[in-house]
Design a protein around this ligand. Structure first.
Ligand code: LLP
Length: 434
């Protein structure tokens, strides 16, 4: 077990194992960089979150946030578990339907939807979570004169709270680009109610990501419920669902507090109970949209050491990945725990910096870590890379995106092929007269 991660262990050879599979053997057989996901860990996390929100007197649905990890195998696992989908593009709607989800299980959020995406969602019967009054006007315009079914809608509310996370990961601040503010909300629902071709189904918020303070959810939920009560009192609307968004934070490093999922549920349900009673609401269904909580710690990234380099200032361990493979450290200064897979039992001996292979100074995967003595060929592993890892990978510097495997009970299966040079040039067009 590595820290609190029960799905990671060290075998008798001193190698890191995930789901009973030796990562050094995997790296040897499949090459690096390689994303490795433990299926059972995903199931465990889903079960933990689901049971924390269940038996609270409301129907609860988990709408897995596709943006966190869109490997088809992982989407299928969630479908089998009974999760719906939170999606943000036509591509994500399509992949949800491709996996076999019903349109009713999908909620389409996004602050900049195209006309084509809106029309596609209406035609398929997918609920559109509107981000502004302008978007509502656009929806009305797109549907008018067309023989389309009644559009199912909700509004994303901006509850104007600070989630105490990285500034790039805060989405419910009053100055942020997302959602409808409290003052506009009544106007938005009134306008939607006037259109007989629309069916108002719910209300939504998503206040940010990697949130480690459940109290922020209580505050935001209370603001959301104030609006729900106003809608009931002034417009007679009883919403079918309240979507509290995602954002539940995980423990990336030892100094992070571990938040049990029940702490998030304990923060929001008393607020909902209170409003239901005070305002005489019909009990709504409660949706949550976690991404990171469900997939982040299921996955590790295996990289191989190319170069060991000492300068008067630092010792750099150069690996065969960079921010093209894992963007989070460069983009958000995110911390990912590092383990040397083939020296997982060895004591830390030196402080090193894990450098990526992209030609940019910001391409550092881990700064100043105490690790065993590392040599060329060793396998350096970055933990907790299942959320916003592979999905944010690019082909920058003309490097192919990595392969991915799924492990379970000591067995593995490839779920994504490593890209090749042919993939890199497949979309390019060389004009014949050049
Ligand atoms: N719902 C909506 C509307 C969202 O925009 C997001 C994430 C989620 C749910 C899921 O949030 P989660 O439970 O995963 O925190 N790339 C960043 C994270 C960006 C999150 C974007 N929205 C990172 O690597 O940390």
């Amino acid at each position: 077990m590595i820290g609190h991660r029960t799905h990671l262990s060290v075998n008798e050879k001193g190698h890191l194992e995930i789901g009973g599979v030796d990562t050094v053997v995997l790296a040897g057989e499949l090459g690096t960089p390689l994303y490795v996901t433990d299926e059972d860990r995903i199931r465990t996390r889903y079960g933990e979150l689901h049971s924390a929100f269940s038996c609270r007197g409301y129907g609860v649905k988990i709408k897995y946030a596709y943006k966190a990890n869109t490997s088809l195998a992982i989407l299928k696992i969630f479908q089998n578990l009974g999760a719906g989908a939170d999606v943000l593009s036509e591509g994500e709607i399509r992949v949800a339907l491709y996996i076999g989800l019903k349109p009713e299980e999908i909620i389409f959020t996004g602050n900049n939807k195209t006309d084509e995406e809106i029309l596609y969602a209406v035609q398929k019967g997918v609920l559109i979570n509107l981000d502004s009054i302008h978007e509502l006007e656009r929806l009305k315009r797109i549907c008018s004169g067309r023989d389309v079914r009644r559009a199912r809608v909700s509004f994303r509310i901006n509850p104007a709270v600070s989630p105490k996370t990285h500034p790039y990961l805060a989405t419910g601040l009053k100055e942020s680009k997302f959602g409808v503010g409290h003052k506009e909300a009544l106007k938005a629902y009134t306008s939607a109610q006037e259109d007989r071709n629309l069916s108002i189904e719910g209300i939504h918020m998503h206040i940010g990501s990697q949130i480690l303070d459940p109290g922020v959810y209580a505050e935001a939920t209370s603001r959301l419920l104030d609006i729900v009560c106003e809608l009931k009192e002034k417009l007679g609307i009883d919403l079918k669902f309240i979507d509290l968004g995602g954002g539940f934070g995980i423990k990336y490093q030892e100094s992070d507090r571990y938040i049990a999922p029940s702490e998030f549920a304990d923060a929001v349900f008393p607020v909902i109970d209170n409003a239901v009673e005070r305002c005489g609401l019909k009990r709504p269904e409660i949706f949550i949209e976690p991404g990171r909580f469900l997939v982040a710690d299921s996955t590790i990234l295996l990289t191989r050491v190319n170069t060991v380099k000492e300068t008067p200032f630092k010792k750099f361990i150069g690996v065969d990945s960079g921010f093209n493979t894992l963007a989070r450290p460069a983009l958000y200064n995110a911390y990912h725990e590092v383990v040397v897979a083939n020296r997982a039992n060895e004591e830390a001996r030196e402080v090193v910096t894990i450098a990526g292979n992209i030609c940019e100074s910001g391409d550092i995967l881990a700064h100043d870590r105490s690790l065993p003595k590392i040599v060329e060929g060793d396998i350096v592993v970055l933990l907790d890379t299942g959320a916003y890892g592979l999905v944010m990978a690019s082909q920058y510097n003309f490097r192919p995106r990595p392969a991915a495997v799924l492990v379970s009970g000591g067995r593995w299966v490839l779920i994504r092929k490593r890209e090749t040079f042919d993939d890199l040039i497949s979309g390019e067009i060389l004009p014949p007269d050049l």
